[in-house]
Write a protein that binds this ligand. Structure first.
Ligand code: PHE
Length: 383
């Protein structure tokens, strides 16, 4: 006989006092479940894997401190293979079958939108660690994020391109027309680069799964830009950089957080001296960052945590903090506690969730050499 039926029969026999121990609703028994949907496989697999490592590290730490509200936390991760449709399916399953109290995910904005629509419909809070397109949190009050958004990221990239050491006057762009992240970031870069006095020479586009960029790069070469802005994802960026060098293009490429992956080393020297914008640098001397890097390396065999490991860790820790503050773990109460977060000390910066449920934080610019990113500068959001 399982525990609930046992409680039921004891109560049925009139042992009211014994029944006290059984008063907890069935949903309150056992660990608190947190869902994570992520690209654990596919062309952006490093993102899902890194984020999941950060999430689990935060949850293990909370459990070692005694859990939350007297209960242990448990993470259930589903692989969406980097697909939009699979993201909706994964979130549906986490909510309807596993009954998670909150969902973490995704990295790519298009997949956060697909999963976020489901979470909003079921009234379950979702926190995206690193999706930067504004539309993600516009879905509704259940959806928030712990990272900055692309109107700021585009500004940060344009500001950096115009300043030292690039001092670019002319920029070409090459973006993915199939990803809302890429089209959005391309737009905001274009707008800010022009506002800051630069000229866009050409905007070229490609699509998901493309591997040959020589036509677009040949067009770009003809316009002789000082820099090429590539707001794409890392697998594309590797091919683009190698093909650009083969075509004799020597100017630096500049990109956004979508570049962040250890795999960039597969570009060989093609990305040496190129720059990208990101959520954090492992070289940041702040004690919170160095402590995180040390703990992560100890757990992961010396691996340096990338931006997604850091944003995953921050998203999970912020969620846990909200779980502790919320009057209950109902979707409504938990979403309100997340939205009320102020000055939360994250690894990726101090996080305050604003009225649109986004985080306002500085961005870092990293320079690549041998596939390894190193810190160049940090850019604050404009007033
Ligand atoms: N910001 C990207 C998006 O919204 C995803 C991303 C985040 C990629 C962090 C790499 C690192 O699609």
């Amino acid at each position: 006989m399982d525990r609930r039926r046992w409680c039921g029969s004891v109560l049925g026999l009139g042992f009211v006092l014994l029944g006290v121990g059984c008063e907890r609703a069935p949903d309150d028994a056992g660990p608190i479940l947190i869902g994570h949907f992520a690209s654990m496989t596919g062309s952006e697999a490093t993102w899902g894997v890194s984020t999941d490592r950060g999430v689990r590290m935060a949850v293990d730490e909370a459990n070692a401190e005694g859990g939350v509200r007297g209960r242990r936390l448990k993470v259930i991760t589903y692989d969406n293979q980097g697909k939009q449709q699979e993201s909706a399916t994964a979130v549906t399953r986490l909510i309807t079958q596993d009954k998670v109290v909150a969902v973490l995910g995704e990295v790519a904005s298009s997949r956060s939108i697909a999963g976020g629509q489901v979470a909003q419909r079921f009234g379950v809070p979702m926190i995206s660690p690193s999706s930067t397109n504004p539309k993600v949190t516009e879905i509704g009050d259940m959806i928030s994020r712990v990272c900055f958004i692309d109107p700021f990221q585009g500004y940060a990239c344009a500001k950096f391109a115009r300043g030292e050491p690039l001092r670019a006057q002319k920029a070409a762009t090459l973006y993915n027309r199939a990803q809302i992240y890429s089209t959005g970031l391309n737009e905001t870069f274009r707008e800010h680069f022009a506002k800051l006095g630069g000229t866009i020479t050409t905007e070229q586009a490609y699509s998901d799964g493309d591997t040959d960029f020589s036509a677009q790069l040949t067009n770009i070469r003809g316009t002789a830009p000082d820099v090429i802005f590539v707001p794409g994802y890392y697998t594309e960026v590797i091919n683009i950089s190698v093909q650009a060098r083969r075509l004799g293009i020597t100017v630096p490429l500049l990109g956004g957080d979508g570049w962040d992956a250890e795999d960039l080393k597969n570009a060989g020297a093609a990305l040496d001296g190129c720059f990208f914008c990101n959520h954090y640098s492992h070289e940041d001397p702040r004690p919170a960052v160095q402590e995180f890097v040390r703990k992560y390396k100890a757990l992961e065999g010396g691996r340096v945590p990338d931006g997604m490991a850091a944003t995953g860790y921050d998203a999970a820790r912020l969620l846990i903090d909200a779980m502790r503050r919320a009057p209950s773990l109902s979707g409504k109460d938990l979403a309100a506690a997340i939205a009320a977060t102020k000055d939360f000390p994250g690894v990726t910066g101090v996080i305050t969730i604003d009225a649109q449920r986004n985080a306002r934080k500085p961005a870092v610019i990293l320079r690549l050499q041998g596939g390894k990113p190193s810190f160049v500068t940090s850019i604050d959001p404009p007033e």
